[in-house]
Every structure is written in C-alpha cells, then in structure tokens.
Design a binder for this molecule. Structure first.
Ligand code: GLU
Length: 431
C-alpha cells in the first residue's frame, strides 16, 4: 500500500496555495528578495519517518526558529539556575524586537523575544567560552538537531548585521542591566550568525521531531539535549513562541511552536511528531500567513491540539483469576496499556477495594506497554504493602517494562517471565 500521508500533505498545500496575503519581511533587505510563492511542508515522526511536499529543497535562513534550540543548548550547557537567573519565562505579549525588560531585575521576559535570545546566545558553551567558540557550539548544536551540517548564509548575515540597530540597542541595554557580560556588539554578531543559518523545511521538521522525541534525534539517534531541557523549551514555545499572537495560537492550534521572519514555522508535538512549513509572506505579527493556515488545518483534521483529551482507554486492570488450587494456587492480576499516574491509582484502588484472597499473588505486566516513573513507584509500593500483608508477590514481566523492581523496606518481589514459572517454583518448593 502507498501511504496516504504524502497525498494529504499535498492536498493541504493546495488548499492554501492561492492565498497571497501578507508580505515578505523587508527590514532585513536580503529577505525581501525571497520568492514569496515558495510553499513547503514536512513532517517527521518521533521515530524518524520523514514526509515532505512542495518546495522542500529550498533553503532559507532559520531566523527566530533558532531561538528555542539555542535556549535548549544554553540550558544544557549552563544549567537551569544560571539561565533562569538571566532570562525569565513570562509571555511578553509584545513584538519580537520589543525593547522591554522585567522591572526590578532587568531580565528579558523570555528567550523567544530578541532580548532573551541574544542573552541565551551568550549563555552557550562552557563558562568563559569566547564569542567565536559560542557561535561554533551553536552551529554544532543546531546541526545535531538537524542531523546534518548547517551553514551560514553570508549574504543574509551581512544584510542583517548592517541594519541591526535595534538588536544592538537591546544588547547595549542587556549589558547596562548586567544581564550579559562581554562586548554587546559581539553578542549581536553571534546572534545574527545564528539567525542566518540555512535550513530546509525537512531540516526544521527533524529539529522539531528531536524535541518531540525527548531530545534524541530520531534519525541519527544522537542524544542532543536532555529530556528535562526539552520539557522547559516546549513549555516556553507553547506560551511565548508566537510573539504577541501566542494566546490565540495556543487556544486555536495548541502545538508548541516557533516562527521565523524568513517564513519558516515549526511545531513539536510531544511524543508524536515535528512539523514544519515554509512560506515567506508574513502577517502583522511576523508569522507566516500560509504556515498558520496549514497548522490550523493540521490541528483540526489530525486532532493535534495538546490540550485535546483523548477518550479513556480500556481499564488498566484487565482481569483477575486464580490458577491452581490449595498450596499451588496463584492469584493473577493482569494489567494492560501504558501506565502513568491515573492508571496506577486505578490499580491501587482496585487492590484496596477488592482484597486478594490467595497467599501467592502475581501482577502480570505481559500486556503492559510502558510504566512511567511515578507509576513504577506506586506499583512497587503496592507490592511492598502486599508483602507486609503476608502475600508472596511475583511480577510477570517478560519484557522488563518495570525497571529496577525493588520495592524496598520490607517488600519482596520475584520477577518471572511467565505464569508457568510461578507454578514450577511452587511445585519445586512443595517437594
Ligand atoms: N534575526 C531576526 C531579528 O532579530 C529574527 C527575527 C524573527 O525571525 O522573528 O530581527
């Protein structure tokens, strides 16, 4: 069978193709020369399958889409405390280049507006790294997200740096507020280089998919940033990624996203996919007009809104039964699905409401797909309490979905691969 997904993406492009509203950015003169009719979309699943349609080979400068990735590198390199001390995480409701700082601290309000992004740029690499080492760190880091070597577009860089009066003003203010150290102009030079990196829509989809995949590039397998960093970055993208259109975006589209003035737009759907669009005409907020339309379409047609609550799945407790009789009786509680907090709570409730009747009990994870960390601790605590209540507890876990099964403190559990292993053991101990 031929997958219908490429056809769907082509159809989506056709549905926006004739919208010529908006304008290419011209405050960076080189961007005004872009072909305004370019249109492309790419989607990369969390396990690395890439679909793309339209002008997917056209390269354009990454611009502000570099911001979440550089923020991620800063968090990974310097830790949360140092970065949060210099850049807050509050939506600004302002334009991307607004000259606004948090009253009292002088910090930029978030890392998605230019003031915060210039600061994040200076927080990459080890402490004491030179500006050129920081730029190299960023090119290497963004290339790891993209899974290929990215290069700077010299013409875009030159064009922006010669007209970057506002960003220079921002950097000077940051220096005066003691938020950045070093020469402000060097920070703007590095930041402008970062914004001039050339990407295709496919690169962007893979970069977003790396965020969707807990910081591991799903194509190259390279761990790029740790999972807690990804959580922070996606949260900030969700609340601040779309400039002064952030609230409207979050309610209508509901995907952590970031746009850039060259016409790129990315969305990262945790655990599912990275999506990117490219269309250079922008609306008054600086977001790609046709990109916004495509994302709205994806959300409504593919149910991608982050706050969309999935219908309840089948109960986590699949069933209970007693096998064998007398001394050889084993009471098996079979669980199923992916177990996180709410499902684990359901298991505890079930064990409390209907006490187990046999001395030997087994919790079967044969049909369980995954056990989240909090669920793991809750299940182990249940096992500990069952031991203290006088039960001999087994865990049937052939795929080891529950790692490190140590209930601690008076608890005891034996891990086996099949229920026959338990009956065999009982028979052995009876003889
Ligand atoms: N390099 C651009 C600037 O700082 C990025 C703006 C954007 O993409 O929104 O003005």
């Amino acid at each position: 069978m031929r997958s219908p997904i490429p056809d769907y993406l082509t159809e989506a492009l056709l549905s926006v193709e004739f919208d010529h509203s908006g304008q290419t950015a011209d405050y960076i003169p080189e961007l005004a020369t872009a072909d305004p009719d370019c249109l492309a979309v790419a989607m990369c699943t969390h396990d690395g399958r890439l679909y793309s349609q339209g002008d997917c080979d056209v390269q354009f400068s990454i611009q502000s889409i570099s911001k979440p990735f550089v923020y991620a590198l800063a968090l990974a390199d310097r830790g949360f405390d140092e970065v949060l001390d210099k850049v807050s995480v509050e939506p600004s409701g302002d334009a991307f280049n607004e000259i606004s700082f948090e009253p009292g601290t002088g910090r930029p309000l978030n890392p998605m507006i230019n003031a915060g992004a210039i600061t994040a740029h200076t927080l990459t690499g080890p402490r004491g790294a030179t500006p050129s080492e920081q730029t190299s760190r960023i090119i290497d880091g963004l290339s790891a997200f993209a899974g290929r070597r990215l290069e700077i577009d010299a013409a875009v860089y030159q064009s922006e740096i010669t007209t970057a009066y506002r960003n220079r003003a921002l950097a000077n203010m940051l220096r005066a507020n003691d938020i950045i150290d070093g020469e402000p102009l060097e920070a703007v030079v590095g930041y402008t280089r970062q914004c001039s990196l050339l990407v295709t829509v496919e690169d962007l989809a893979l970069m977003a998919a790396t965020l969707a995949n807990r910081g591991v590039n799903p194509v190259t397998g390279a761990p790029v940033v740790p999972a807690p960093v990804v959580r922070q970055v996606l949260s900030v993208m969700a609340t601040c990624g779309m400039y002064d259109g952030a609230g409207d975006w979050m309610t209508r589209v509901g995907i952590p996203a970031k746009s850039g003035v060259a016409g790129g737009l990315i969305g990262a759907l945790p655990g599912q996919a990275g999506i990117a669009t490219f269309s250079p005409r922008l609306d008054q907020h600086g977001n790609s007009v046709r990109g916004l339309d495509l994302f709205r379409r994806f959300t409504s047609e593919m149910g991608m809104h982050l706050m969309e609550v999935p219908p309840a799945g089948p109960s986590v407790v699949r069933g209970r039964r007693v096998l064998g009789t007398g001394e050889h009786a084993v009471q098996i509680v079979s669980l199923q699905g992916s177990i996180r907090f709410a499902s684990a709570e359901r298991v505890l409730r079930d064990l409390e409401d209907v006490p187990l009747t046999q001395k030997t009990v087994a919790i079967s994870l044969v049909r369980v797909i995954s056990v989240g960390d909090v669920a793991r601790r809750m299940l182990l605590e249940a096992i500990r309490r069952l031991t203290l209540d006088g039960h001999d507890v087994y865990l049937i876990d052939p795929d080891r979905v529950l790692p490190d099964p140590d209930p601690g403190d008076g608890g005891r559990v034996r891990v086996v691969a099949t229920r026959e292993d338990i009956t065999a053991r009982l028979k052995r101990s009876a003889t």
